[in-house]
Design a protein around this ligand. Structure first.
Ligand SMILES: Cc1cc2nc3c(=O)[nH]c(=O)nc-3n(C[C@H](O)[C@H](O)[C@H](O)COP(=O)(O)OP(=O)(O)OC[C@H]3O[C@@H](n4cnc5c(N)ncnc54)[C@H](O)[C@@H]3O)c2cc1C
Length: 366
């Protein structure tokens, strides 16, 4: 999608929600009047000429050591799209200072949490990327049953930290996806049938809007904006610095299963899965794999059950009934299960990050 169309989408969303301002500075026509006044005040305020003088975090300018790896997102397809700088704010005040700097100097800004946007929305040519990797603190309030998560936390760190508090959130299985892009846009995962999407569980966010304002958004302070953040997509209403989500109790028992069939059973397996999966218990989520990309075709189902493996014999009976079914199941602690789905069961937590985004990260970009 070209820059112009993308801007249109964001301006449209900001206007439709009438709840905040789009981060792109070209959305002036949809800014509420008070916000426009605040933005004008920022423009005329004394703001340092250089971004590195405006924020405390690191600023990697184009041409400096480390810039290229800092600029690249997960998808190598966007390697030629280079910002003029990547800034790594250290806290919400720093994010605010960066936004005010961008506003004062009319520089386009993009927020980046995990850099996994399929469409490359967390990078841009010529502007500044706000890489939120340093905002990754994770706290649990056991009494309130909530988790407060820094916008730059990666999913595997969220699962791990919450498990240490006997809690979890429903989210996807890719370990290095960032919580902010994930939660603001949806967030489907293997606990989703039991606990919903990640965004369903979002109850509050700290947000810096395009006028440099810092907002604590929840259903009392600003229900419209919270509504917009819950699924409106990242990058549309400002830069989120932290998110508060419902913390679900860590499942006491969890198990995994794999079922595979020979190619000759493919159509029967698909039919059996389609009539079974939507009616399975909410604690059970499965994915059908039909892979014919090369070599032996794969016809299989993988899944997670928030209960003991011994119950799977009965629960998977409709799949076992299809000719040639081969089934394997096992019990696993919930955190271990998330490492399994991430493909990191045998490499461990440190390696389970995209190389270059965290010390010890070993996962390759795609
Ligand atoms: C390999 C892979 C596996 C995936 N697996 C799953 C899965 O299992 N389940 C699932 O539901 N999805 C999955 N996704 C999709 C993923 O959830 C989305 O692409 C998500 O938006 C990525 O979030 P991010 O923070 O990593 O990306 P980013 O590229 O950093 O951000 C995505 C968008 O959000 C904006 N944004 C980022 N941070 C902020 C912020 N702090 N404030 C405001 N806006 C922000 C960006 O500007 C951009 O527009 C997967 C994607 C990939 C590439």
């Amino acid at each position: 999608m070209g820059a112009e169309r993308e801007l249109d989408r964001r301006c449209f969303l900001a206007g439709a929600a009438a709840a905040g301002v789009a981060l792109a500075t070209g959305c002036a026509s949809v800014r509420p009047a008070a916000t426009a006044v605040r933005a004008a005040a920022v423009r005329t305020a004394r703001v340092p000429r250089k971004l590195s003088d405006a924020i405390r975090g690191q600023v990697l300018e184009r041409g400096t050591p480390g810039f290229l790896s800092a600029a690249h997102v997960y998808n190598e397809r966007y390697d030629a799209v280079l910002p003029r700088a990547v800034a790594r704010p250290v806290d919400a005040a720093d994010v605010r200072a960066a936004v005010r700097w961008a506003l004062a100097h009319d520089v386009p800004l993009r927020a980046r949490s995990g850099g996994h946007s399929y469409a490359g929305y967390s990078t841009l040519a010529g502007g500044v990327v706000l890489d939120l990797r340093h905002l990754r603190a994770i706290e649990v309030d056991r009494r309130a049953r909530t988790a407060t998560i820094g916008a730059g936390a990666q999913l595997i760190d969220v699962y791990t930290a919450l498990a240490g508090h006997g809690a979890t959130i429903p989210a996807g299985s890719c370990p290095s996806v960032g919580i902010a892009g994930h939660a603001l846009g949806g967030g489907m995962g293997l606990a989703g049938r039991a606990f919903g999407l990640t965004t369903d569980n979002l109850i509050a966010a700290t947000l810096v809007t395009a006028d440099g304002g810092l907002h604590e958004v929840d259903d009392r302070a600003d229900p419209e904006l919270l509504w917009a953040l819950r699924g409106g997509g990242g990058g549309n209403f400002g830069v989120v610095t932290g998110l508060r989500l419902h913390a679900r109790p860590l499942p006491a028992r969890a198990s995994y299963f794999f079922v595979s069939w020979p190619w000759s059973s493919a159509s029967d397996a698909i039919a059996a899965w389609q009539s079974w999966a939507p009616h399975a218990r909410d604690e059970l989520t499965s994915i059908f794999h039909l892979e014919t990309g090369g070599g032996t075709p794969v016809v299989s189902v993988s899944g997670q059950y928030l209960g003991p493996a011994r119950a799977l014999g009965r629960l998977l009976a409709p799949l076992r009934a299809v000719a040639g079914a081969s089934i394997s199941v096992g019990d696993q602690d919930y955190r271990g299960l998330q490492l399994r789905w991430a493909g990191c069961l045998h490499t461990g937590l440190a390696a389970c990050h995209t190389a270059g985004t965290r010390p010890g990260g070993m996962l390759a970009r795609a």
